[in-house]
Design a protein around this ligand. Structure first.
Ligand SMILES: NC(=O)C1=CN([C@@H]2O[C@H](COP(=O)(O)OP(=O)(O)OC[C@H]3O[C@@H](n4cnc5c(N)ncnc54)[C@H](OP(=O)(O)O)[C@@H]3O)[C@@H](O)[C@H]2O)C=CC1
Ligand SMILES: CC(=O)N[C@@H](CCC(=O)OP(=O)(O)O)C(=O)O
Length: 307
């Protein structure tokens, strides 16, 4: 049986991964009890005993964990930001980098939640030449507070009066490098994230002033190209245009492990809005880790996922 060690198993992402692996006969989970889960010696032992390690840790602890692996057998999926543009790591977005690339990888860096939405929308269109690589893209997004892990969950629970929290106000959010690199953009996108008082869920939007963008395809072509690119995916799907003209994120939404893409445009084709809707803990984190684990272990990619 394939053994899996989740380092950071008591955190938000780790717990959701354990949920998705529960009852899976293909995997046995190596677990450290509460007293030993941060003990370096115990972690080193588990990191080297496991066939697969999933790192659900802050960036520095993720780097430390990788350095503790002293064998050439243990394969790693890192949920943190530490290795997303690092040499020697495969970016764990199989629909974009290719399932075969992930299947063969020893080191996989799971995409950031916001980056998943941005890259899902922009990477295929730039790659196909339907959007320019040299445009200064903007990206606006809202996330449920679980995106900030245990500390942000506590903060929102302690202060239910927060209706909206804008952040990364000095720009340079940690997801920008992977957004730029994985879409092949010559200019870093301008990213403005915010948190809303919902536990989970995320909407990522890329506004496009098509009329002013030299080399951009019309809205219908953008929509058709995304539909075609993801046609075979059970996870990246095209969303239905809302009949009543609005999209809602509900605080009670439980989410799933898919990501839905939308392309909205005005009547004369001069402006468009690319929108991705996902669960930050689903395709944005834990669902994507389990998808990558499935692919690396040679199993059906959707096994254990919430679809
Ligand atoms: N939440 C999300 O939606 C997403 C999270 N991620 C990334 O996943 C990683 C985990 O995030 P998340 O689960 O949200 O964070 P949490 O804060 O909820 O969980 C992190 C866990 O790591 C534990 N930990 C911290 N340092 C160590 C250490 N040295 N050794 C062992 N355990 C340690 C923490 O312990 P303790 O419980 O004692 O604090 C905690 O249980 C982060 O890199 C995050 O950026 C990626 C995409 C989305
Ligand atoms: C709401 C919130 O705070 N979200 C986190 C990103 C969550 C995520 O994708 O995490 P990593 O990139 O760290 O893996 C943030 O903006 O820092």
């Amino acid at each position: 049986m394939t053994s899996v060690f989740i380092d950071g198993a008591a955190g938000t992402t780790g717990l959701e991964i354990a949920d998705r692996l529960a009852g899976r006969p293909e995997f046995s989970l190596l677990q450290l009890d509460e007293a030993r889960r941060k003990d370096a010696g115990a972690r080193r032992e588990a990191l080297n005993a496991a066939d697969f390690v999933i790192l659900c840790l802050p960036d520095d602890a993720a780097r430390e964990a990788v350095a503790m692996i002293e064998n050439d057998r243990t394969r790693v999926i890192d949920a943190s930001t530490a290795h997303r543009v690092a040499p020697g790591w495969v970016y764990g977005f199989p629909e974009v980098v290719g399932h075969g690339t992930v299947a063969e990888a020893m080191r996989v860096s799971n995409p950031g939640c916001y980056s998943t939405g941005f890259i899902a929308l922009v990477a295929p269109l730039v790659r196909d030449g339907l959007l320019p690589a040299d445009w200064p893209y903007s990206c606006h997004a809202v996330s449920g507070y679980s995106g900030g892990g245990k500390s942000l969950i506590e903060r929102f629970k302690a202060d239910p009066d927060i209706a909206w929290r804008g952040y990364a106000l000095s720009l340079g959010h940690k997801h920008v490098p992977e957004m730029q690199a994985r879409c092949g953009l010559t200019v870093a996108p301008l990213f403005s994230p915010a948190v809303v008082p919902a536990h989970r869920g995320m909407v990522v939007e890329v506004p496009l002033p098509l009329g002013a963008m030299s080399g951009a395809a019309p809205v219908d072509e953008l929509r058709a190209a995304l539909a075609d690119f993801y046609a075979a995916s059970p996870i990246v799907v095209m969303g239905d245009a809302p009949a009543d003209g609005e999209m809602l994120l509900r605080a009670s939404d439980q989410g799933d492990d898919r990501i839905a893409l939308f392309v909205f445009g005005d009547a004369d084709g001069s402006q468009a809005r690319l929108v991705a809707r996902l669960d930050n803990l689903g395709k944005g984190a834990s669902g994507a880790c389990v998808q990558n684990l499935n692919i690396m272990a040679g199993l059906p990619e959707t096994a254990g996922l919430r679809l």
